[in-house]
Unconditional design. Structure first.
Lengths: 477, 97
């Protein structure tokens, strides 16, 4: 077995036992990247040209390579959010999530591709071109954190970070055959995460085992005074335990989702996972989420676009990123910078957000959406009074081929129904591997009430034990 | 159609975006399809529903009100082409006729 094939916990154990050195591990990962990257194109910026020093030789991740989605700020290292408008911007500070990993000794191999400003679900809305799915390079890896998922799937690194505003960790994890975790909103600091929809954004990890996710979460889940939405005193315990059980736990399916069509392998995975849960002693139930099923997609996009239009006002070419120096006045400068700098999906969403928040339309659309969000959060709170977890698909279909996206954006948005309600209610969600349909992985999703993160990952450990762990993708080789 | 080309173009300009003809046609289609989707909200009685603010009650956390020096001031300024000494300098706000 090559070193790059080792999972995170095995890497740490091997390094501790001195079975191999950090340099050997680093060289193995770098070799793997050199071999597969022409096929996958996961990176925006590689930082593995010189052997870096580890942040902390005694830290839990001392010498462990990782990559970050390129919307996480890295001090002195180009951070683009996959947009032309940020140019070669080098942030003057680290995102807190990366700071925690760096202080724990993690080694950065680079910044990876994403949909521009995290707006998309294919990793194709990038100013740097599309990333390819390591299991089938003709297909999308999912998005927006497609580079983070592909890098772990192809064996570049044992774990990575992404961000999830409406499914951007869970959907690419499912498409690339790895585990992805979206923590409870407020669990992980967003300081240094380039904002898209601030009330929805959350940073989380990708890995090839659930146990590895637990380890990364144990480092990420710390209070940070620099993020006012980050909670104190939650002290979650992500310690891995083998003796966890689902006996007597209630796991529900959503009644209204039963009428929706799923690709056959996803429907089959639901049946198989349900059987695993029953065999483990869980009680399968049903919850009703009628407001979620009918209104969550519209509610989410209304709010996400409104927040995005505000968050993206800051890109004007004055302080950082792409700019022009010969504008006659500030209006011309802003227009030239923004019209060239933003890609088409981002422009569409900015215009939509501006439209929804104009005084003449604000009550009809934006304020209405905030009220629908209240109903959705209440509906989930009621549902979690009746059940411990909810089992559902991540997407209704397997990854499509690159270039074969539906041209009707609203139809594409509707396919996010299974992921984005989790963000609207601030819940945690685990995207887990269930097996393969041909060469393509099939993932499902388990969600829980707020702050059930550690229990959710314990449940994931049990599911992985029965459903099997994913293998490293061939990376187009 | 809820919004025509002229209205969408005005909204784009408010956002400091100048669209090509092709982009504008795409934006008109996109916005109108999106607003149609949002019409679903009209099926709900939202009169007595409070707008969502946060998933649970959260006391606004405050940091100590003390001055903290930021060591990377020069690194911030180095990222801009519009710098004059320790300041950012923008082009004139009131443009010449």
């Amino acid at each position: 077995m090559e070193l790059y094939e080792l999972n995170l916990n095995d890497v740490i154990e091997g390094l501790k036992a001195k079975r191999f050195s950090p340099s050997e591990l680093y060289a193995s990962c770098k070799q793997r990247i050199d071999t597969c990257e022409p096929n996958i194109h996961a990176f925006i910026t590689r930082t593995d040209d010189t052997q870096p020093q580890t942040g902390n030789d005694g830290g839990i991740f001392a010498g462990v390579p990782t990559v970050l989605k390129d919307n996480l700020c890295t001090k002195g290292i180009r951070t683009t959010a996959a947009s032309r408008i940020l140019g070669d911007w080098k942030p003057p500070y680290d995102a807190t999530a990366w700071k925690y990993l760096r202080e724990a000794g993690a080694v950065l191999m680079g910044k990876v591709n994403m949909d521009e400003f995290a707006m998309g679900s294919t990793c194709g809305n990038s100013a740097f071109g599309p990333t390819h799915n390591p299991h089938d390079i003709s297909r999308v890896p999912g998005g927006s954190s497609g580079g983070s998922a592909a890098a772990v799937s192809a064996g570049y690194v044992p774990f990575s970070l992404g961000s999830d505003t409406g499914g951007s960790i869970r959907q690419p994890a499912s498409f690339c055959g790895v585990y992805g975790f979206k923590p409870t909103y407020g669990m992980v600091s967003r300081y240094g995460l380039i904002s898209y929809g601030s009330s929805l954004d959350q940073i989380g990890p990708f890995a090839r085992t659930v146990r590895d996710l637990q380890l990364v979460m144990s480092v990420l889940a710390q209070y940070d005074p620099m993020d006012s939405s980050c909670f104190r005193e939650k002290n979650p315990d992500f310690t891995h335990r083998e003796d966890v059980s689902l006996k007597g736990k209630r796991v529900a399916l959503v009644k209204e989702f039963q009428d929706f069509t799923l690709d056959a392998p996803i429907a089959e995975a639901m049946t198989r996972t349900r059987k695993v849960l029953e065999d483990e002693g869980a009680i399968i139930a049903e919850v009703s989420l009628p407001v979620v099923a009918r209104y969550a997609v519209a509610c989410y996009y209304a709010l996400a676009m409104s927040e995005a239009h505000t968050n993206l006002e800051r890109y004007d070419g004055v302080r950082y990123g792409y700019t022009v120096t010969d504008a006659a006045g500030v209006k011309e400068m802003f227009e030239r910078v923004r019209s060239y700098g933003f890609g088409s999906e981002v422009k569409s969403r900015i215009i939509a957000g501006t439209c929804l928040t104009e005084p003449s339309r604000c009550d009809e659309y934006y304020v209405a959406a905030t009220k629908v969000r209240t109903l959705i959060a209440q509906e989930f709170a009621r549902a979690f009074g009746e059940t411990d977890y909810i089992l559902q698909p991540v997407t209704p279909s397997l990854p499509h081929r690159i270039g074969e996206e539906d041209e009707d954006e609203m139809k594409v948005y509707e396919t996010d129904l299974y992921t984005l309600p989790v963000n609207l209610a601030g819940l945690p969600g685990l995207s887990f591997f269930t097996g393969y349909a041909g060469n393509l992985p099939v993932g499902l999703q388990l969600i829980g009430p707020r702050w059930s993160d550690s229990g959710l990952l314990d449940a994931g450990v049990i599911l992985e034990r029965h459903l099997g762990s994913p293998k490293i993708a061939n990376g187009g080789i | 159609m809820k919004l025509d080309e002229h209205e969408v173009n005005e909204i784009a300009l408010e956002s400091r975006l100048v669209l090509t003809e092709q982009e504008l046609a795409g934006a008109v289609r996109y916005i109108n399809n999106f607003l149609d989707m949002l019409d679903r909200f009209k099926e709900l009685d939202l009169k007595d529903v409070e707008p969502f603010s946060f998933a649970e009650a959260l006391e606004c956390p405050l940091r100590p009100d003390t001055v903290i020096s930021f060591p990377a001031t020069q690194a911030i300024l180095d990222e801009s082409e519009h710098v004059d000494g320790p300041y950012f300098k923008v082009p004139r706000i009131v443009e010449a006729e």
